[in-house]
Design a protein around this ligand. Structure first.
Ligand code: SAM
Length: 229
């Protein structure tokens, strides 16, 4: 089915609001429904990608809870917490690590309007000690009940929507694609609009074709690929 102009406009409208400087790092969060729910919240808030460190030998699986958000939020894997944090810090992100201990700060007292990442830990154990040592600021969501902690996906959503709220209040939420570097914007727009052609281009090691303003591919493709447009 050809890409309809309305669909292309919708893809652009969503991409225009994406924030390349807000993300999550999930350390050993491996329950499919939690991973899926977190990706869905990332999409809802306008997060470009989520970072994960998996337990050795545990495959990353998503389920229906994701509602297809894995198509719109990239999942980037890292070997361990230190490597992931080094990567995020190199990009200039301030690292907020979730921790239930007394050393942590109430999440509402922190500023998330600058580039930042939330680090969330395993369902059973929370963040590893090594990762806690590397975060810039430990934060917690105050609890009023008998249970000590929230489900990790609920904690992720709470933090992400607080970051969105603060950025909206400060007038810092992008609206014209300025939250993403131009080359990345073009790459993702093509992948969202033509996922199968994009896959074929990557397999062939060729650059993605250019699109015109209506989202039409400005290049003659082999017939097999034209049928996928
Ligand atoms: N026993 C674990 C601990 O002490 O950290 C509980 C882990 S909790 C179920 C899983 C993850 O959810 C945590 O690592 C954290 O990322 C997040 N989380 C849950 N409740 C939270 C809260 N009140 N404040 C901040 N993060 C929370």
């Amino acid at each position: 089915m050809p890409l309809l102009p309305r669909r292309f406009e919708r893809l652009k409208a969503v991409l225009n609001r994406r924030m390349g400087d807000l993300t999550v790092l999930l350390e050993h969060v491996d329950k499919p429904h939690n991973l899926s729910a977190i990706l869905r919240s990332c999409d809802a808030v306008g997060v470009m990608e989520a970072h994960v460190v998996s337990l050795p030998g545990r495959p990353r699986t998503l389920n229906d809870t994701a509602k297809g958000s894995q198509k719109w939020v990239e999942l980037l894997a890292h070997a361990d917490g230190a490597t992931a944090l080094a990567h995020l810090k190199e990009r200039g992100l301030r690292i907020f690590g979730t921790q239930l201990g007394v050393a942590a700060r109430d999440y509402r007292a922190c500023d998330y309007t600058g580039p930042c990442a939330f680090v969330l830990g395993a369902e059973k154990w929370g963040l590893s000690e090594a990762t806690i040592q590397l975060v810039d600021q430990a934060i917690f969501i105050p609890m009023q009940g008998m249970v000590q902690s929230l489900n990790v996906s609920v904690a992720a959503a709470t933090l992400l929507f607080e970051a969105l709220r603060q950025r909206q209040q400060a007038g810092l939420v992008p609206s014209r694609g300025e939250g993403i570097e131009p080359l990345r914007y073009q790459r993702i727009l093509f992948e969202w609009a033509y996922p199968e052609v994009a896959r074929w281009c990557r397999q062939q090691g060729r650059p993605y074709p250019e699109l015109n303003g209506e989202g039409t591919i400005l290049e003659e493709l082999p017939r097999t690929q034209r049928l996928r447009c």
